[in-house]
Design a binder for this molecule. Sequence first.
Ligand SMILES: Nc1nc2c(c(=O)[nH]1)N[C@H]1C(S)=C(S)[C@@H](COP(=O)(O)O)O[C@H]1N2
Ligand SMILES: [Mo]
Length: 241
Amino acid sequence: MNSEQPEEEGRPVGRRVLLGTLGLGALGVVAAPTLQRGLESVLGAVSGKDPTGLTGLLPNGGGFRYYSVAASVPHRDATDYRLTVDGLVDHPATYTLADLGALPQTRIVRDVQCVTGWRVPGTAFQGVRLSRLLDAAGVRPTARAVRFTCFDGTYTESLTLAQARRPDVLAALRMQGRPLGHEHGGPVRLYVAPMYFYKSAKWLSGITVTDEVRPGYWEERGYDVDAWVGRSNGRDDEPTS
Ligand SMILES: Nc1nc2c(c(=O)[nH]1)N[C@H]1C(S)=C(S)[C@@H](COP(=O)(O)O)O[C@H]1N2
Ligand SMILES: [Mo]
């Protein structure tokens, strides 16, 4: 296959090849940058995946690559999912999925851009603005940053408080008009629209307000905390200014 083939034919094959051949549950650690590139070149060979993203998007969310730095991730659903907000706040809180669903929802449609090059154009995410959760918690004056933890037990992320308060940063419950599935980080993932997708922590379970940025999983391994798409060290051809 090549990238000129109709998207409806080309796209789901790569996805199935990934999920089927590797076995999603046993996929393990695939997210080290070199391993990611290795995996993606394997997929590219079989699926004709075009890293420039000149391909469409299927209703089933095709075109995404599955990533988890944890070997296995427990499943959580409406019965047992919890999101805690704590740290430098006056009112720590714990939200169920129903609690989050009852809050005003914001929908954002942008291109998803992974730092390794793949892109999924025009992807809709919907959920609760992070700023709303922070406001409800009552962020203390000494706070400067937010740390995110995940129920995979391994992944972490971080934003400055100013970044976290942007209107295009969500605790996302839905993607492409459907509840966020487990493999995409459901039932709730962080969605940081203006940044590379590694900022969008899957399986979000904790939001901790801190006095300084604590670099997240990939940031401890060299990627920028300020991961603006096109303006961070993820790009080989990033502008020097
Ligand atoms: N918990 C967790 N979140 C994560 C990751 C991860 O390994 N674990 N990988 C990140 C990276 S590098 C990318 S590109 C996206 C992939 O999201 P997807 O699996 O829904 O395509 O999730 C990001 N969030
Ligand atoms: Mo990524």
